[in-house]
Design a protein around this ligand. Structure first.
Ligand SMILES: [Zn+2]
Ligand SMILES: [Zn+2]
Length: 256
């Protein structure tokens, strides 16, 4: 079992459980045998105020724990060259997760036709390219994982639609992007979401990432305590992919 989880929300994120504190997360993760975790609330949760970041770092320092706790943030691309977070503000975090497809958030460019897999494929790739090109991106989170919140499909229909979207992706452009990610040390997230949303075909995408020497980042994207446990859903997948420690993305050690 891998003992990292670099994508966890606290109650600071409006979409997360109101009781989920940093301390609670650290206690749970420690009891589960995790070695290193990352707290990653949505960037807007900090209201662009560095004193809110200081507060989060203080809460981390005050946790009595033996595990390493990092402070990252989840940002998203609004469109090409336009991330949701100010680049200077981003520097205060240990790492930045960049979401290419937060279509449920205001200001994010959406596919012109949500029911047309070809149009969705073109748009997903454009946003993926935008996330890779963004200078502050450390990890691209949930690329090509289609959210039921946005696409009004049944769980069964989703699998079919998601596969069609992947089939329409321009492979050459996709590989170019993965090679760029590999060169720059950008990770690609693998989270239980793709299993929960019934998109098993994405295993082929994660395989392609590994083939192009792109590191995978393990993140639960938990919004409540229960979801922290869902990481175990990934175990058979990681095994099937033959993922070893060297294939995993980890935050850089900054020497100040
Ligand atoms: Zn997200
Ligand atoms: Zn998230």
């Amino acid at each position: 079992m891998f003992t990292y989880d670099y994508h966890i929300h606290t109650r600071l994120s409006p979409c997360a459980d109101k009781h989920l504190s940093i301390d609670m997360i650290v206690q749970i993760q420690q009891s589960r045998g995790m070695e290193e975790v990352g707290i990653t609330d949505h960037d807007f949760s900090y209201g662009s105020r560095t004193k809110n970041i200081d507060r989060a770092r203080k809460a981390i320092d005050e946790c009595e724990s033996s595990i390493v706790v990092r402070l990252g943030a989840e940002s998203h691309m609004l469109e090409y060259r336009v991330p949701s977070i100010d680049i200077r503000f981003a520097a205060y975090f240990d790492y930045i997760l960049m979401a290419p497809n937060h279509y449920h958030f205001r200001g994010v460019a959406r596919p012109t036709h949500l029911m047309d897999p070809r149009k969705v494929a073109v748009h997903e790739l454009y946003m993926f390219e935008a996330a890779i090109a963004c200078p502050i991106t450390d990890v691209v989170v949930h690329p090509f994982v289609l959210s039921p919140e946005v696409f009004g499909f049944s769980k069964e229909g989703f699998s079919e639609f998601g596969r069609e979207v992947m089939d329409y992706l321009d492979q050459k452009r996709l590989i170019n992007q993965l090679d760029a990610a590999s060169q720059r040390g950008i990770g690609i997230e693998i989270s239980p979401k793709f299993i929960k949303y019934n998109q098993p075909h994405l295993v082929e995408f994660y395989q392609l990432c590994l083939d192009r020497e792109v590191k995978l980042m393990i993140g639960s994207d938990a919004h409540n305590a229960q979801q922290l446990e869902e990481l175990v859903m990934l175990e058979p997948v990681l095994k099937e992919l033959g993922v070893s420690e060297e294939c995993l993305w980890r935050p850089r050690e900054w020497q100040w």
